[in-house]
Design a protein around this ligand. Structure first.
Ligand SMILES: Nc1ncnc2c1ncn2[C@@H]1O[C@H](COP(=O)(O)OP(=O)(O)OP(=O)(O)O)[C@@H](O)[C@H]1O
Length: 218
């Protein structure tokens, strides 16, 4: 494993109900790299992300994070290092502010705070003209997707796993999301992005998950 590698997969394989979703796979992902994974519906893209960050158990012994087996990482540290944005994010009861600041109650973020100005700037960066006091559970799916993305980005994880970040957005808002992801990438955040429709302007490696193989798209 090189110094710059943040994630290494060694024999990472996924089976479910006797179906092989991913054959044993080796991969090294460097700090700041951005990977895109596409593939047909149901091929296992979301499962790949969830197994990678141990949200679904079973692969902890096949993932190395900064040179240490993920199975040896304590869960709070793992969650801080590697954040996961689900395909359909759920807002918790409470305001947009509460949801944006959700992670801050965890011990690993002790001392971290976001001012309202900072939160408003973040909302504006993805064209969200909503009040911090508004009820987050009443937002539209596209608004929820952007609030959930901002919530993860502001905690600046080393690695962000993003499941279909633009699927619920119109073209204009999708471009804004692509831009904030690119800015976070330029600042050194490693990203693995699943998007069935591809992602405009994504530099970096692109894979297609097909018939249980991650094929590099040249
Ligand atoms: N919790 C679960 N329990 C059992 N089977 C599941 C579960 N989650 C997903 N599956 C199955 O695993 C397979 C892969 O699902 P997954 O959601 O990873 O696919 P995907 O490539 O992300 O699909 P899409 O592009 O439609 O989101 C599918 O056959 C799905 O039905």
């Amino acid at each position: 494993m090189t110094d710059a590698a943040v994630i290494e997969l060694r024999g990472f394989a996924i089976s479910r109900n006797d179906t092989l979703l991913l054959e044993p796979t080796d991969m090294v992902i460097a700090t700041g790299e951005r990977l895109l994974i596409t593939g047909p519906s149901g091929c296992g893209k979301s499962t790949f992300l969830k197994r990678l960050c141990a949200l679904e158990p079973g692969n902890e012994e096949q993932v190395w994070l900064r040179g240490e087996q993920a199975a040896r990482w304590e869960m709070p540290k793992l969650r801080k290092t590697m954040a996961y944005l689900p395909q359909t994010p759920v807002m918790l009861e409470g305001s947009v502010r509460d949801n944006l600041c959700l992670g801050l109650s965890l011990r690993v973020y002790k001392g971290m705070q976001f001012s309202d100005d900072r939160l408003r700037d973040a909302l504006a960066s993805v064209n969200l003209d909503i009040d911090l006091e508004s009820n987050a559970t009443r937002l539209s799916p596209g608004q929820k997707a952007r609030v959930a993305l901002l919530q993860r980005l502001m905690l600046t994880p080393d690695v962000l796993l993003c499941d279909e970040p633009i699927a619920s957005l119109d073209q204009e808002n999708a471009q804004l999301v692509v831009r904030v992801l690119a800015e976070a990438g330029a600042a050194g955040m490693t990203q693995i992005i699943v998007s069935h429709q591809g992602l405009p302007d994504l530099y970096g490696r692109q894979y297609r998950l097909n018939q249980a193989r991650l094929e590099l798209v040249e």
